[in-house]
Structures are given as structure tokens and as C-alpha cells.
Design a protein around this ligand. Structure first.
Ligand SMILES: *Cc1c(COP(=O)(O)O)cnc(C)c1O
Length: 410
């Protein structure tokens, strides 16, 4: 029997010698929690996006949490996001006692639908969180055009918060994600374009918001441990309001520093691989890549998502992912619509049919392996394997006699 080729995992972070060396150096230095590397990593973000504030955290979830908390969002308030997201985006609103509201998505791109957003604004809306799904930017101008006049009419601010977990390297109409005047939250989870193991960063140009986030992300005390122990600093600390323990370690920030230096190379490779998928999938009619926004943008290619044409095959998406897995190809699911998850459906009475576009997509999408360590040959193998699995499952009507049986043995 032939040896099976090694499996192609869905994701694998690119960790090189520099990343290993910096972590070892931190371990040997005697300072492993928040310290000089965190300071440097934050500075890199400030300089990259020309922002006065960049706050590192131990996850993007923590970032979203402190943004909403620092905005003063709580019971009686509503936070709108798209149902096509990781639950962190809305869980944090729930944890603050606010009400989560979900929009449908634009058919094709699966980004927040500004027209649907318009219908969901109420006088209680305090924040709107579009998601740059897969690394494609949400239509921020169209979203502002919906929010801003409404906020003016009700006489209070509605803050747009960008969930940029997929968007290190994205740009919208010539504006890099991270340069807007709205708070932007990045993630460095191992699957994302750059990683710190776990980690996140909020950038903002709002001094007051940044100050409150800084307090909330570290116990609610006014100084973090590094500045407390730095020479000349006061040993005293004081709780302003109860906060969380969300600080990033130097171990993590060191990784981030090295990764951020390489993000252009990483994303260039992601883009090449995405182009190769585009090319190879042209003759696989059963899977269709997501549409790209029609406004000018730079795609960060965090994820390569395709939709399975359920009408042409006799299996569902979950089985398709399962069979790919059996053939050594890892695939992911980003995402299942959040409004139908038990907590949200039960609490707010959402049911199937409420957000039809995202619900349909939620049954059809899967994410293919996409990361700099993949070779062109890996991508070809992913596509060939998909073709083989699809051939086994073509609906009868599409099958010339005997092909099915032959394909089963292929
Ligand atoms: C990964 C992700 C998050 C959460 O990021 P963490 O750093 O894991 O907390 C939030 N939103 C979206 C859309 C994500 O994909």
C-alpha cells in the first residue's frame, strides 16, 4: 500500500527562528509578563496606523469587551453586529448586560448589510460592530451614512467599532484598517494573519476612551505593573473602578513584534494562494468562492471561503468537511450565524427565516486551508481532493451511467 501523503491541516502559524529567539530571550531576561516588549509592540501599531493609542490585550475578545465597557455600554443599551461573526463580537455585549441585535449580510460578500442595519437602529443603539469577514473590509462609508444621521436625530453618539480580527493588512478605499477615527480591534489568535499565541490590540484616536480602556484592562488600577516597578515610579496603586486582567505578556508581544515585521510577506503569500484557488476553482462548479466587495480595497486574505452548491450534490456542507478531513484536508467553518445559537435564539426569539441571507450562507460555506506555509502543490491537492469528494456526490441527474460507481473507487 502507498504511504498516505501527510495531512494538510486547516491552519498552521508561521513561526520562524526570530519568534523562537525572542521568546527565549524574554524567558531568560527575568521579565515575562507585560514589559518592554509590550511597550514596543504597541508603539509599532501606533506608528503603523498613525494613531495616538494602541492598547495590547490578551485577546481581541478582551479588546471588544473593554471598548464597549469604556463606552459605558450596559443594561438598556443595544449593540448591533452582523450574525456572520465569531460569537465573541456579541458575547461581550451580553456580558455587559446590553442587548445584542443582529443584521443580515450582503449576499455574495457576507459583510454587514447597511440597508438591513438601517432597519435595526433604535434610540437605544449605542454601538455598531461591522466585521471585516475573511479580511475583506465592510462598507464603512455606507455604514456611517446609515448611523450618523440617525445618531444626530436621536441626539446621542452611536460608536462604530471595527471587528478587525481578520484584517491586519486590510484597506478600505485606500485607508488601511486601523487608521480610521473609530476604535479598531485586531486579533492575534494563531489562526489569524499574525499571531502572539493569543492576543489582541485596540487602536483609537480617542484619548478619553483609551484612558478608560487602559484602566479597565488591568484591574481598574491606574498603572500597570511595569510602570509601577519602573525606576522612579510610585509604588502606590488605586482602583478607579473594577476592571479585568486582560494584559498581554512580553512573551506574546515579542512574537507579535517579529510577526508584524513579516506581515507584508505573509499577506503577499496569502494573496498568491488565494489567486491560485481562484484559478483552480474556475472549473469546479459545485463550489463558488465568496464574492469580493465592489469598492476599492485590499483584501488581507485571512480566510478563503467557498460556498457549496447544495443543489448539485447529495451531501451537506458538514459531511463535505467530514469527507475532506478523512482524505487529509482540514477545512473550517466561519461562521455559523450567531443569532441562531441557543442563547441568542432563546433570549431574543430569533428563528430560521429572520435573517435569510446569512442563514443560507451558514449552511453552504466552508473555509479552505490558507496560510503562508502552504505550497502551490498543497493548494492543488486541496482542490483535487474536493473534486474527488464532489464526484462521489454529484446528484444522480448529473451523473452519466456508471460514473458514480467508478468514482467511489477512485
Ligand atoms: C477570532 C475572532 C475574534 C476573537 O479574537 P480572539 O483574539 O480569539 O479573542 C473576534 N471576532 C472575529 C470575527 C474573529 O474571527
Amino acid at each position: 500500500m502507498d504511504a498516505k501523503p501527510a495531512a494538510i491541516p486547516f491552519c498552521r502559524p508561521t513561526i520562524e527562528q526570530e519568534e523562537i529567539d525572542t521568546v527565549v530571550a524574554s524567558l531568560k531576561s527575568g521579565w515575562i509578563t507585560s514589559g518592554p516588549k509590550v511597550v514596543e509592540f504597541e508603539k509599532m501599531f501606533r506608528e503603523r496606523f498613525k494613531q495616538p493609542h494602541a492598547l495590547s490585550l490578551n485577546s481581541a475578545t478582551a479588546g471588544l469587551h473593554v471598548v464597549l465597557a469604556a463606552l459605558g455600554i450596559g443594561p438598556g443599551d443595544e449593540v448591533i453586529t452582523t450574525s456572520m461573526t465569531w460569537p465573541a463580537t456579541c458575547n461581550v455585549a451580553e456580558l455587559l448586560g446590553a442587548k445584542s441585535v443582529f443584521t443580515d449580510v450582503v449576499d455574495g460578500t457576507l459583510l454587514m448589510d447597511p440597508a438591513d442595519l438601517k432597519k435595526r437602529l433604535t434610540p437605544k443603539t449605542r454601538a455598531v460592530i461591522p466585521v471585516h469577514h475573511c479580511g475583506a473590509p465592510a462598507d464603512l462609508d455606507a455604514i456611517h451614512a446609515v448611523i450618523d444621521p440617525y445618531a444626530k436625530s436621536i441626539g446621542h453618539k452611536i460608536t462604530l467599532v471595527e471587528d478587525a480580527a481578520h484584517a491586519v493588512g486590510t484597506a478600505y478605499k485606500g485607508r488601511p484598517t486601523g487608521t480610521s477615527s473609530d476604535p479598531v480591534v485586531f486579533s492575534f489568535h494563531p489562526i489569524k494573519n499574525i499571531t502572539t499565541g493569543e492576543g489582541g490590540m485596540v487602536v483609537t484616536n480617542d484619548d478619553a476612551l483609551a484612558e478608560r480602556m487602559r484602566i479597565l484592562k488591568f484591574h481598574g488600577v491606574q498603572k500597570d505593573s511595569w510602570t509601577r516597578y519602573a525606576s522612579g515610579g510610585s509604588p502606590r496603586y488605586e482602583v478607579i473602578e473594577p476592571g479585568w486582567k486582560y494584559n498581554m505578556l512580553d512573551l506574546q508581544a515579542g512574537l507579535g513584534i517579529e510577526q508584524l515585521k513579516k506581515v507584508e510577506r505573509f499577506n503577499a503569500r496569502r494573496t498568491e494562494l488565494a489567486k491560485l484557488y481562484d484559478e483552480l476553482l474556475k472549473n469546479v462548479p459545485e463550489v463558488r468562492p465568496l464574492a469580493r466587495p465592489d469598492y476599492p480595497h485590499v483584501h488581507a486574505w485571512h480566510l478563503y471561503v467557498v460556498r457549496l452548491d447544495l443543489k448539485s450534490v447529495d451531501i451537506g456542507r458538514d459531511e463535505f468537511i467530514g469527507e475532506l478531513g478523512q482524505e487529509g484536508i482540514g477545512a473550517g467553518l466561519h461562521f455559523t450565524p450567531v443569532h441562531l445559537h441557543r442563547h441568542y435564539a432563546k433570549k431574543y426569539g430569533y428563528k430560521r427565516g429572520d435573517l435569510p441571507v446569512v442563514e443560507q450562507a451558514g449552511e453552504e460555506i466552508l473555509s479552505l486551508p490558507l496560510y503562508p506555509l502552504l505550497t502551490d502543490a498543497d493548494v492543488r491537492r486541496v482542490v483535487e481532493t474536493m473534486k474527488r469528494v464532489l464526484a462521489r456526490h454529484k446528484k444522480k441527474a448529473d451523473r452519466s451511467s456508471g460514473v458514480g460507481a467508478a468514482a467511489r473507487h477512485a
